[in-house]
Write a protein that binds this ligand. Structure first.
Ligand code: GRG
Length: 296
């Protein structure tokens, strides 16, 4: 099966699960729900949900079996993008080719829609349906891992450093810390939580975590390079923003060519990490190559 077909099939399942999880509502909260759906259905690639599904497949389950987690991951990710775009943070007007949520609705609505999506993620992962289909200890482990990845030591720590170190001179260890928090933590948790809910072994979860850490950094380097060399129409957002803001990124610190070398090494390291999974890891290897070459 081609990677395009593999991704499209899973994306369709994730979109349907998101639609079921966040139905339109009337009354008081209709506008809030419309705002949540506006960002959720704005055309994201669904990378994290697909990684969770591929991890489940890599440990012998179906991708569909982890759809509640896939929904939770996309909700956490989308909340982080909504808040990142706010005037108090990156102050971006466009996201996924459309006006950012605070532009299309209001700032207050964007803050609350982001908060609501973060909370929905945990509601969904602990719902009666999830409790029926997963062993309780696996839900608890996945919850704990997702909360840590999204929390003040990882995703929020990375974002805090990214925002507060803007315009400052930083070293490579600091860029590593920013990237491992704001990007790699949720990507690695997508894989390990997927494997946990699919009842993967301790060893399988460990190799998927190592793969995720490398893939997360690959993802961020590609994102930084796209900011420098990408097509704004394909990206659906403005480019050349990191340099003008003095963001702590790999290309700003070590240059474009060195960043490309680093990305290539990370992809090889990621692929190497999941050798023990054999053929079941093949889709993940294809995804790793795709992440390093993506144009959006
Ligand atoms: C506000 C707590 C908080 C965190 C924000 C997501 C984020 C952290 C910042 C956005 C800026 C950025 C470059 C983050 C790194 C992660 C990243 C590359 C996000 C974009 O993810 P994609 O490409 O987006 O998967 P789509 O739109 O396809 O879902």
């Amino acid at each position: 099966m081609s990677l395009d077909v593999y991704l499209a099939e899973r994306r369709a399942l994730v979109d349907k699960a998101l639609d079921d999880a966040l139905p339109e509502t009337d009354g008081h909260t209709g506008e809030l729900r419309r705002a949540m759906r506006y960002s959720i259905f704005a055309g994201g690639k669904r990378v994290r949900p697909i990684l969770a599904m591929a991890a489940a497949e890599a440990v012998g389950a179906t991708g569909e079996s982890v759809l509640p987690l896939a929904v939770a991951l996309e909700c956490v990710h989308t909340y982080s993008l909504i808040h990142d775009d706010l005037p108090a943070m990156d102050n971006d007007d466009m996201r996924r080719g459309k006006p950012a949520l605070h532009r299309a609705f209001s700032e207050a609505t964007a803050i609350l829609a982001g908060d609501a999506l973060l909370t929905v993620a945990f509601e969904h992962l602990t719902s009666p349906h999830a409790q029926r289909i997963y062993p309780a200890n696996r839900i608890l482990e996945a919850l704990s891992e997702l909360a840590l990845a999204a929390g003040s030591e990882r995703l929020i720590a990375g974002q805090f450093m990214d925002v507060t170190l803007e315009g400052k001179t930083v070293d490579i260890q600091t860029v590593d810390a920013i990237v491992s928090g704001k990007t790699a933590a949720l990507i690695a948790a997508s894989l390990t939580c997927g494997a946990r809910l699919a009842e993967g072994s301790r060893e399988e979860i460990a190799v998927l975590g190592a793969f995720g850490a490398d893939l997360g950094r690959t993802f961020q380097i590609r994102d930084d390079l796209l900011d420098l060399e990408g097509d704004p129409r394909k990206l659906g957002k403005a480019v050349n923003k990191d340099g003008s803001r003095g963001k702590a990124t790999y290309p700003n610190l070590i240059g474009v060519e060195q960043s490309k070398v680093m990305m290539k090494d990370l992809v090889e390291s990621a692929i190497q990490a999941i050798e023990p999974l054999g053929d079941k890891g093949l889709p993940l290897k294809a995804i790793a190559r795709y992440v390093a070459e993506r144009v959006q």
